[in-house]
Design a protein around this ligand. Sequence first.
Ligand SMILES: C[S@@+](CC[C@H](N)C(=O)[O-])C[C@H]1O[C@@H](n2cnc3c(N)ncnc32)[C@H](O)[C@@H]1O
Length: 293
Amino acid sequence: MSLDKKKKVRRVPKKNTNPPSVAPGLLQGNTSPSRDAYQFFAPCYDQTLAHVQWPRWSQYLLDVFSQFSHSTTATIYLLDMACGTGRLLENIASQTIGNNPENQGLGQWQFYGYDGSPAMLAQARQRSIPALFCQSKLEQPVLPPDWPAKWHWLTCTHDSLNYITDPNDLQGHFQWAATHLDTQGIYSLDIVSEENLLRNFDGQMRVFDLGPTRLVWRNIYHQADRLLVSRLLFRPRKGPVQEEIHVQRYWLKEELIQTARKAGLTVLASHGNYEARSRRDQDDLWNFHFGHA
Ligand SMILES: C[S@@+](CC[C@H](N)C(=O)[O-])C[C@H]1O[C@@H](n2cnc3c(N)ncnc32)[C@H](O)[C@@H]1O
């Protein structure tokens, strides 16, 4: 996730920097079987991350898509994986079916999204966009039978892929993507850079005053295991304090590329921070676009 660097940042005191005990189940994706790890974050997710420049991100993605997708189909099927509250789909919809002259000629669109969190999906479904949503996991997606079997564009943004922490699960994810990506389709994703984790997350605490709730967000990065553990504490004015723990893994660029290659996908383009001109190790997010090898 990219955090707003203007927000109040505090270093977590030294005594708190011991590795927190992470429940083993949390290392298998972000949700334990019985609990939605985004349950409390979902209603305030968009407000907390209001600084994200969605129109710019969407236009960058559309530019890459129009450059690399050679699909001649009349209707483009787009599936946003780990779609969260549906911000990306909303922006892409407004820039395509909203008749933005820059994107004319890209065809008709049908929008779909899945996410592991029912609470995030509940937010997405409140948007007035022509999109279908379902609950599924990144590791091995299972989609409704009446959804397209092949996708012209797969997306997975805002370091969602970093929630996969196991190499076999990452392999399973790419295997699914390769099987279900149209021969001319592209898969656009981003992953977090280690410099971003060290610079903006490790040992840092941020406080967000979200109307009736105060969110205290603490992060510890375990460099040896390449795991970021984020503890989000929601303190409502009334009622009990709630806590969520998110665990993400930093993937090396080479690991990502090799895992995709094993599944039969190759890199068509790579950039940083949703800018075609940028491609630096210190970029917060690394963008990759894969197609069939
Ligand atoms: C940082 S949010 C990004 C949401 C959205 N892609 C965006 O760009 O705003 C990460 C999302 O990944 C979802 N997620 C995390 N682990 C997942 C998994 N294993 N399977 C499916 N979704 C997952 C969370 O529920 C959350 O909505």
